[in-house]
Write a protein that binds this ligand. Sequence first.
Ligand code: 8GP
Length: 827
Amino acid sequence: SRNKKIESYFTKPGVEVGNIGLSKEDIKTSFLEKLFYSLGRIPVVATPNDLYTSLALAVRDRVFRKYVKSLEQYAEEDARGVAYLSAEYLPGPHLGNNLLNLEIMEETREALAELNLDLEELLKEEVEPGLGNGGLGRLASCYMDSLATLGIPSIAYGIRYEFGIFKQEIKEGWQVESTDKWLHNGNPWEVIRPEISFEVKFGGYTEHTRDENDKLHIEWIPGSEVKGTAYDTPILGYQSNGIILRLWKAEATESFDFAAYNLGDYYRAVEKKMRSENITKVLYPNDENLSGKELRLKQQYFFVCCSLQDIIRLHLLQGRKLESLHEKFTIQLNDTHPSIAVPELMRLLVDVYHMEWDAAWMVTCKTFAYTNHTLLPEALERWPVSLIRNLLPRHLEIIYEINSRFINELRGHNFTGDQISRMSLVDESGEPTIRMAHLATVGSYMINGVSALHSGLLKKQVLKDFAELWPNKFTNVTNGVTHRRFLAVSNPGLSALLSEKIGKDWLTHLDKLKGLESYSEDETFRRKWMEVKLENKRNLATQIKELTGIDINPEMLIDVQVKRIHEYKRQHLKVLHILSLYLRVKKEKDTSIPPTAFVFGGKAAPGYFMAKRIIKLITAVGELINNDPEVNKILKVVFLPNFSVKLAQHVYPGADLSEQISMAGKEASGTGNMKFALNGALTIGTLDGANVEIREEVGEENFFLFGLTTDEVENKKAQGYHPYKIYAENENLKKVMEFLLSDELTRGDTELFKPIYNNLLHQDPYLLMEDYQSYIEQMENVYHVWQDREKWAKMSILNVARMGKFSSDRSIQDYCEKIWKVEAIKV
Ligand code: 8GP
């Protein structure tokens, strides 16, 4: 009856609880109410953070209002839903996005202006949650935006890291890391749910006993326990529903101190508490590389265990049986990081809920689906058997049981011994390890890669034998990005121009951009297009000045490569090109090169030696070029420190050229490539990841292609690759390479770039030497087109017009149709 009463508030037409109106006056009143009554502040003493927090709280009320509405409806319809499990999220700042989605950007701006406040200033105050490393985490957040917008019943689970991805500073040209204290000023977007908390066990041993009927019972006697508590952040869709991002924080269990306190050992009790809380202290900053650390496995199990218990709680709350879990929930594994969920669900069903193994296995493999995000061998997760035995003894038994049944099945299919040992969940070639990608594959009903090329390679390489066994379990879902954040919010100039020409439908149907194509022939439109771009370039130049002190002339060609620093992404190939230009200007007095600003940004994993050297190389080239009056009118080199979603939102709109130059076969998809093109940058790139599909969509004549294809790379490597030979035969490349060791660049420290030099000359695993010449030539072509601004503008318009496919709305629709079989419920 309590519920009925509350519901009646929502169902009575026109009746609202509290002040959640959307008019300027409503927003102003709410804002002041929050300042006075939630924060206890008056305007004269309010700090910028107080003002930002008040606005955020006022907006959050409106977001929650949408969320509770959707919740009501989802519950009523008893709909099938999605649980998204990801160890990483990179939501970016919430405020601007929520204002867009509530359609109150202008009302809010005006409300604040009447109070003599500037919305832009308050937006700057927000510290974003850096709870991810890069592509994978940002993708998860784009998908939340689309899940909410499309009205897909869903919930996303993850870890509430107290310290997110480290803060990057550049000191004397080197990356220096410091902790990211994103919660320092409080977090107005989250709500703690003290009563949604679960216990998570670690260590200990298992006890096997038989009852009077000879039925086996297995009990896990843990060595320690922690508690996970839910922190909810509502994520709003455009003009529509909201969904919840539920992040778990580790705490000590109530009983943590019991024994120790009784013994009067206060310090030991507190130490135990601290150890529990350590689990969610910090995000591992490795992108596409393993840390192999015990704490990382603890994090993975911790959040998976809490999330599965929560899913089961929600399922049972609706009065359903566990046997139907897979009918009501599908659980998406964002890479293998949450793949311990497979044995964990088995443990819950069999040990805790006493289901028979076969029935439990049926439910489990119909519940999970797995997305692979990388083929890099160093990123494929493997955990030592010994580590799992110590930390999760019961799970190891379950994994062995799954494996032995799986191997029996393979024998039944007449697989050879070789194939079986390749496919086994346990790799026994060295120290025994569990192959998490195999575990995820065996435990899932569908497996997908993130671009057409990558999904194909997944079936040819990493999961080849599995694809032969279960061809129908494999599919592709090409990544997408939310154009609402990455175009509507971050590029208001271009958005306004688009809406003026083709209306606002593109906000929910990105393929409507097609309507723009014909305007590429319209001279007046092209002029407006270029004006908008120039304005965005001015904005970017201002950011660059603020962050680095470097002056950029906004008229220059702005050529950008922002992404994690990794050898396979080949930031150093870009550097070789820049050096070739430098030598032309400096030594050959060539003044024909169009003025260009080369902008880099991205973090290197703190333990990744080569990546950190590459940053130093970029900044050293920058020092040399930016301070040389003979060169710096033509060339500028910038390294933007601490690349983040917030900074990215300034970068994409201001770019002319997007660098997507990874070695073919290595970049699973890429999503930055989509964000650039959506903002009118042209792409120079290889046939890698989603570049292939972007080029297909925008037309090959509107894309600057270079480099070997995946097949050519494979053949080259198979034949024996000799980078030194290429170097020796290319005079220009030779000069550029030798310059890496020059005093001019290294200021006498000739060892500085030797590791890069030697690596490229003698190993060159990512074929920079091979692709160098074709890259240089294609860059010449870029310059050639750039001289003809009308043509450039035409190509830019066509790029934007043809980006419809790369909305994350389309990706989520694909997931719904090809994998989840979930339907939208619009509120
Ligand atoms: C990335 C891929 O490298 C990128 O090509 C793709 O667009 C993106 O995932 C989204 O699918 N992979 C990762 O970010 C990754 O594997 N990160 C894990 C270690 C954190």
